[in-house]
Design a protein around this ligand. Structure first.
Ligand SMILES: O=C(O)CCC(=O)C(=O)O
Ligand SMILES: [Fe+2]
Length: 363
């Protein structure tokens, strides 16, 4: 059942539902529309003017870039300090000198690009709208849940806590996706270590709470959009997870909100974008802030590709509670959020009225 715009005439609603379904069933994705040479976008992609406002970013701010070299030796306390500051004021930063060879970045991007360049008939064998079914290829993930669709296609691979179903990963990018997953597991632990110390916890504090055990890897594909001023690649959101690490190619479009301004997260070859998610904001009792971000529809002929890896806690039981950490609370700093299970979080994310996760758990 799709979200209906309350005051739209019924005839319009019916047409929209039909058009959306036809597009979904065609399985061609936004890439298929772009490749068809279309000069206009179907109207179900058109966003209301208020979500497009200030789509262009005029800000001269630069997001923090943190050099991770010698993170295990003499520079550790300086790096912990930089990460703490960036996580508090921006919720997003780039990291360099993280130890992943540059050629791995290029190989990973070109392998996942090859998947999208497969003939529609081959690619569509992986087409599946339900997220969380191991491996799925789809378009505009919130097509039926949101008022306006987003101009991007997505390949999702659940890589944890259970081992990924390797055979289900498209063969053209299987080896590279698995290799990237290995690098991200290591990076997730390194970052959680630094973030733990930034909160005054032991290095393995967040890791022992299983915060990096469950991960989900997406390959976001933003093809050329013929009317980029009318739609978005991803609408403004915060990630409803612990932490996200993003590899992006050289075609820009990612923006982060800083105060009232949208600031471009300029692609940096060999850099990785890290964002704090809502769960980490809640367990840190607002010492870290989740970043509000979005991706513009791609106006360039060259496709924008990004690979976000989302980290989440793996304990999923009804009595496995997460919430503001006791160590961070005092009379002056009372808990700002109630405790929650991952079941509560998932229920909220997939509910019809899913709004801001943090507001929902706020005390
Ligand atoms: O494409 C990007 O750079 C970011 C994607 C994103 O924000 C997301 O998948 O949640
Ligand atoms: Fe995101």
């Amino acid at each position: 059942m799709m979200t209906m715009n309350g005051d739209a005439p019924e005839e319009f609603e019916y047409d929209r539902a039909k058009e959306v379904k036809e597009f979904d069933e065609s399985k061609i994705g936004c890439k298929g529309l772009a490749d068809s040479g279309a000069t206009t976008i179907p109207r179900f992609f058109i966003h209301p003017p208020q979500s497009l406002q200030l789509a262009q970013s005029f800000s001269f701010h630069l997001i923090p870039t943190i050099d991770l070299s010698h993170a295990d030796s003499h520079r550790r306390s300086e790096i912990v300090h930089q990460i703490r500051e960036a996580s508090h004021t921006w919720g997003l930063f780039q990291i360099t000198h993280h130890g992943i060879p540059l050629c791995v970045f290029d190989d990973t991007i070109s392998a996942v690009r090859s998947f999208y360049e497969l003939p529609t008939g081959v690619k569509s064998q992986h087409y599946c709208r339900e997220m969380g079914c191991g491996v799925s290829f789809t378009t505009s993930t919130d097509l039926y849940r949101s008022n306006a669709a987003a101009w991007r296609d997505t390949l999702q691979v659940c890589v944890g806590p259970d081992p990924p179903k390797v055979d289900l990963i498209p063969e053209v990018c299987r080896r590279e996706v698995m290799e990237w997953d290995g690098h991200m597991r290591r990076m997730g632990k390194v970052l959680m270590g630094l973030l733990s110390e930034g909160l005054g916890l032991e290095r393995r504090g967040l890791e022992e709470m299983t915060c990096v055990d469950a991960s989900n890897l997406l390959v976001q594909y933003y093809p050329y959009c013929p009317q980029p001023d009318l739609t978005l690649g991803i609408k403004s959101h915060t990630d409803p997870v612990m932490l996200t690490i993003v590899l992006q190619n050289q075609v820009g479009g990612l923006q982060v909100k800083h105060g009232e301004e949208w600031v471009e997260v300029k692609p940096m070859h060999g850099g990785l974008v890290v964002n704090i998610g809502d769960l980490l904001q809640m367990i840190s009792n607002d010492q870290y802030k989740s970043a509000q971000h979005r991706v513009l529809a791609n106006p360039f002929r060259e496709t924008r590709i990004s690979i976000p890896v989302f980290f989440n806690p793996s304990k999923r039981g009804d009595t496995d509670f997460y919430g503001p950490l006791q160590e961070l609370l005092s009379d002056e700093k009372p808990a700002l959020y109630r405790n929650f299970t991952m079941g509560d979080v998932m229920g909220r994310i997939f509910s019809r009225e899913a709004g801001n996760l943090k507001n929902y758990f706020e005390l």
